[in-house]
Design a protein around this ligand. Structure first.
Ligand SMILES: [Zn+2]
Length: 214
């Protein structure tokens, strides 16, 4: 990072899958008051032109075991209050934790619908309405079960000079992916969400077919 805080191209760490290099630019930090506490926010622009967000609590630079949530956008639950999934609850739970501990990082990635985009996500919902589960619906549309990638998140953590993370997640694949890109995950912190009336089946599928912990 340079003195102005305006970064800087940071190559990702060995990306075993495609050998791609992701570069990111971080905006200047801005004060970010929320109902969970006063944080700092920075915008991220990646080399594909996508824009993401990073919310920071406390001084994470050079720290070990920093609480980190890497969260992928879910327009339907976070903005439109959908009860088909648990993304909004997970996001709010992570922000609450940042506010409580006063230290941590939330990286909000704009990869809607597990990476297939908003349009395809709604097509998958329509298929689920006919009885398919979330995994079968994606397969019917010709998409992998999970198309999300974590190079950007890994690069952000490197740019922020976070040494190791306590990752808030129920998703073993996310830990693996971040480690592949050079992030040191010292511990997993589970996120516990009570199943509601509409998302029980979805949560069960995540456990049984996607190896989620909870
Ligand atoms: Zn969701």
């Amino acid at each position: 990072m340079d003195e102005t805080g305006n970064v800087v191209s940071l190559p990702t760490y060995a990306s075993s899958d495609k050998g791609t290099t992701v570069t990111i630019t971080l905006s200047s930090p801005a004060v970010f008051p929320t109902e969970f506490g006063e944080f700092e926010i920075r915008a991220i622009r990646d080399s594909e032109g996508r824009e993401h967000a990073v919310v920071l609590a406390g001084n994470v630079s050079g720290s070990e075991d920093v609480p980190v949530r890497v969260h992928s956008e879910c327009l339907t639950s976070e903005v439109l209050q959908s009860m088909r999934c648990d993304c909004r609850e997970q996001l709010l739970s992570a922000m609450e934790q940042l506010g409580t501990t006063g230290l941590g990082v939330l990286i909000y990635l704009r990869q809607e619908g597990r990476g297939i985009g908003f349009f395809n996500k709604i097509e998958a919902y329509a298929l689920q309405d006919t009885g398919l589960d979330t995994v079968e619906a994606n397969e019917r549309l010709g998409f992998p079960v999970d198309s999300r990638t974590y190079e950007v998140a890994a690069t952000v953590l490197a740019a922020l000079e976070v040494r190791s993370v306590c990752l808030m997640t129920n998703n073993p694949r996310k830990i693996e992916a971040l480690e592949t890109h050079g992030v040191r995950v010292s511990r997993r912190v589970p996120i516990r969400i009570e199943p509601g009336r509409h998302n029980g089946g979805y949560l069960r599928t995540k456990r049984s077919k996607m190896n989620h912990f909870a």
